[in-house]
Design a binder for this molecule. Structure first.
Ligand code: FMN
Length: 406
């Protein structure tokens, strides 16, 4: 069994044909000694490399390659296993795709291929062949290269909304507030109110031991404390996001009416409120849920699908109703700057959402590299520790990015 690994990267500094020749010559010798074979494609701006060989050798070589200063934005496209080698006759063959014409690439790949039956060439459905063809046809160029992580610096700005709040001793829960923002324009789009236990502990403590019916009721009723706290924070016209289980809207009688009462009792307008639907469980009665959505929207409340891509919050839900906002789950965001499959998925989600007029929010953004990649492909809003951690009973200071002076 062989481990196979495919990545793409971007040239860092100019590489002359002779530099490339030297790189390939040295690499060929090293790969042969490590029993690694593969192919390297280059188009003047980007590299695409396919490597195959023993698992440990591939893993340690990839660690070395990622650190090589001659390229950057190294994105792993595939790591898999194969019973046979594809390019066993090439310890490292380099192809400059700019000098290729017509079917040259296929001819070259067929010559290099050791795919059984012996040297028959890669079958047309082969995933690696499809990736190579996509690279050679330049369909992989980055969308926008203007967001480079090392161009940005961060400055902590004290919260303009913070105030001393009065915490009700009898309240069964508290809330921590975290901004959802547009880092480039320096604006906060909304604050998400995240539930905490009465002593400030994690959400699981609040819901412990509740039956499903009690849970839905608590889920809804707890939101009045969120609005009560928010009303003391000088939020002005800033929006507030709250989380609700979809079934809380269905199973609690007059749920939307109650929600509207909480909102207006504390001096907010329904247009200031976004209900984030966290679909941890499937929606069993979609017609009733749809009716609740109609009520929410008729009242002027916006809706977001939370944790999109996790649990039940997926394409079926999106096909049945289109929210104002789609929040991409943190698990998809984590490490996206070097993860090819995650990048392909997020690009497709953005294209789909924007064509439907839906705003995209990336949640759980923790590094400048993740943020820059997400900005470059058109994510609209951001939430995460990179900018601000949730603050219990208050709004946190925000770390805003600015371009470094050149
Ligand atoms: C795009 C690219 C592809 C590379 N591919 C290989 C490779 O297949 N095998 C290899 O040994 N080195 C490869 N290198 C070079 C390694 O990153 C690294 O410079 C080299 O292995 C250093 O070896 P040393 O630490 O023994 O000097 C590549 C470098 C770049 C920029």
């Amino acid at each position: 069994m062989f481990t196979i690994l495919v990545y793409k990267s971007r040239v860092h500094t100019d590489i002359s044909p002779s530099d490339l020749y030297q790189l390939v010559k040295a690499a060929s010798l090293k790969n042969a000694a490590r029993d690694i074979s593969g192919v390297l494609l280059f188009d003047g701006d980007y590299f695409f490399q396919y490597l195959e060989g023993p698992s440990d050798a591939i893993k340690s070589l990839y660690e070395i390659i990622v650190r090589d200063k001659r390229h950057r934005h190294v994105v792993k496209l595939m790591e898999d296993h194969s019973p046979t080698r594809r390019f066993g006759v090439w310890s490292m063959h380099a192809i400059d795709v700019n000098t290729l014409q017509g079917d040259d690439l296929n001819d070259i790949l067929a010559r290099g291929s050791s795919f059984p039956p012996a040297n028959a060439g890669l079958p047309s459905h082969d995933r690696v062949l499809k990736m190579i063809t996509a690279f050679a046809s330049a369909s992989w160029a980055e969308n926008d290269a203007s967001f480079e992580p090392d161009q940005w610096q961060f400055h902590l700005k004290p919260s303009q909304f913070d105030a001393v709040v009065n915490i009700k001793k009898s309240a069964p829960c508290q809330f921590a507030f975290q901004p959802i923002l547009d880092p480039v324009s320096g604006t906060v789009a909304s604050f998400e109110a995240l539930i905490r236990s009465a002593t400030g502990g994690p959400p699981s403590e609040c819901f412990k031991g509740l039956s499903p019916e009690q849970l839905y009721l608590f889920d809804l009723e707890s939101k009045q404390y969120a609005f009560e706290l928010a009303s003391q924070m000088n939020l002005g016209k800033c929006k507030i996001s709250i989380n609700l289980l979809p079934m809380s809207l269905v199973r609690v009688p007059n749920a939307v009416e109650s929600l509207l009462t909480y909102i207006t009792n504390f001096g907010f307008a329904p247009q200031q409120v976004i209900v984030e639907i966290t679909e941890e469980e499937s929606i069993t009665n979609f017609e009733d849920f749809q009716m609740a959505l109609t009520e929410l929207r008729s009242a002027g409340i916006s809706v977001a699908i939370d944790d999109f891509g996790a649990g039940f919050a997926g394409l079926t839900l999106l096909s049945r109703f289109q929210p104002e906002k789609l929040k991409i789950d943190r698990q998809i965001i984590e490490g996206i700057h070097h993860d090819g499959p995650k990048q392909a998925i997020v690009k497709a989600i953005i294209e789909c959402a924007h064509s439907l007029g839906i705003t995209i929010v990336a949640e759980g953004v923790e590094t400048v590299e993740e943020w820059c990649w997400l900005e470059s492909v058109g994510v609209d809003l951001f939430q995460g520790f990179l900018f601000a951690k949730p603050k219990l009973n208050g709004t946190p200071d925000i770390n805003w990015p600015t371009l470094k002076a050149v």
